[in-house]
Design a protein around this ligand. Structure first.
Ligand SMILES: [Zn+2]
Ligand SMILES: [Zn+2]
Length: 120
């Protein structure tokens, strides 16, 4: 099951939600799919994205990703029209100089707007 989900994510190369997995793997129950995603998260295979949709989404991590802040935090784009989320691992975020005693552990950088297919 885990292998199949990983393969599916590698093939689609897109950002997926739990519902997307449910649609694809109709024979698996929601709990199994959710647990699989959680396991992937714990092992640093995927990262979690909180975009403007209010739905938690996941994308595969790139090869050398350790999901550390700020090195592996990158830009995600949410399209309001098609409600798709895009992962841009090559677009890192600046290492912000936070005020004293603010200790960052993670970041979530989401830009919203229209994707190329919805802009044209
Ligand atoms: Zn779009
Ligand atoms: Zn990403």
């Amino acid at each position: 099951m885990r292998m199949r989900i990983l393969l599916f994510m590698a093939e689609t190369k897109s950002v997926i939600s739990l519902s997307d997995l449910e649609e694809k793997f109709t024979h698996a129950d929601r709990t199994t799919l959710y647990r699989t995603l959680k396991t992937f998260l714990e092992h640093g295979l995927v990262h979690q994205i909180n975009d403007a949709s209010g739905i938690t989404k996941f994308a595969l991590c790139s090869e050398n990703c350790t999901c550390s802040y700020p090195d592996d935090v990158h830009v995600h784009f949410y399209c309001f029209s098609c409600e798709q989320t895009f992962c841009f691992p090559h677009l890192g975020i600046p290492n912000y100089d936070l005020p004293e005693n603010f200790t960052p552990s993670n970041g979530n950088f989401v830009i919203t707007g229209s994707c190329p297919s919805c802009s044209s």
